[in-house]
Design a protein around this ligand. Sequence first.
Ligand SMILES: [Zn+2]
Ligand SMILES: [Zn+2]
Length: 469
Amino acid sequence: MNTSARSLTRSPRSVSRKPPTRRGPWGAATAFAAKALSLLGGVAVCSIGLLALGSVGCGRPVAHVLADLAVSGASHPTLPRPDALSESARAAGYRILGGDLHCHVRPPDGYPHVSRTVAETVALAREEKLDFVVLTPHLRAGFFLDEGRRAVAIAQQRTLAEEVRRAAGSGPVFVVGFEYTDFTYGHLGASFGDLEAVLAAVPVHEAQARPGRFFDEYVRRGGFLVINHPLLVPLDTLIPWARYDMSWQPFTRRMPEPFPDEIMTAGRLAQGIEVFNLAVSEMRDRLMLFDRHHSLREAMRLVDWQITLRPRRFVPVGGSDSHSAHLRATTFVLASARTPESIRDALRAGRVCVREPAACSLEARGEGTAGQGSVWSPVGSSLHDVHRLVVRTRGERARILLNGRALAPEGPGRDIEVTVDPRWCSVVRAEVDGGYSAPIYVNCGDLGGDPLEPPQPASSVARFTPDTP
Ligand SMILES: [Zn+2]
Ligand SMILES: [Zn+2]
């Protein structure tokens, strides 16, 4: 076992599904402050729209106005950023595109849970200079098990696609996806798949017999699955919404019994993991834990662990999870062109960084066991039979990590030499100017295989222990 896997599987600690009862860090706060924070966080996570929300004159719920205010101080990437391209990415013909993979919209999401319309979303995306936006309205768990709910889902997706086509014009690329919302086991972002074709290929009786067939077919037909806010575990606090568990249960929950077939299947097939959720970072981590990087760093540790466990290609992505009048570039991809196909290909290949685009400048050059040299390879690459690496980034504040451990103190981007064991899968990542890169995979075998292959048993029983204060 390498150092990363060892450090991430330290002594297990349970994450309770029940709200904690002890007074937390806000125990001394006034009732007014607690109420204000409760409202502020009302849209921090997806199901909080169930809270009773007030309205203000502009037509938006009070909680949304406060959420927009809170997010206004968040990191605000400038686009375009050609200077963040590595030499190898430039040589391969890639450009950096910035966008959002997790964004709610009404309809089909309802008011007051979501207050931003399609037209407003398009206007905001143009204003923010986003290259792409994936719309992810909620679809409740198990919708594919019932003809009536299928029909509603298809009608909603058709209407949304038509509205987007009319409103978007030649602006940002819009992709109509959905957020599969299971209040018991967790949430999944689904995009780039043809929902109608998937449902046609998996009739109701087949889905009822084996619910995981839906996700099998979604990925088989080119869909991209993301485990959303995977470590959104309850906080020990008096604030009600922060006590809900919306983490991905196969990562965080003890297993008194097997998880449902569709959850196990989706977890096995998911290509992405939402390490950066703007709402979680800015309204939960920043306001309640006083560290806006907390969940992001924990989720990156989770990515390292999952990759070395299987190994597998597991791509960290970002999303605003916006329900109101803000959007933000949260995910950056190295893509050949600004088209849905190129963006999807970049995501699947892991040519990605989150939060700030500078981290996409990560590149590595390996030397093999036979001592041969090699060329520079960009983020997302998989290097084989390597015992020594040279890794570099651009940027002012850079940190390079091997299996989660920093190789050198933070400093300006520079070349760093790394020795690795060719027998073990190693994960190289970078943190640059507030951004986090996806990995370069070193000695991890063939990662381009069929994602529908049977899982390795170890992945279904391992549990991640979030470092929750
Ligand atoms: Zn959401
Ligand atoms: Zn969600």
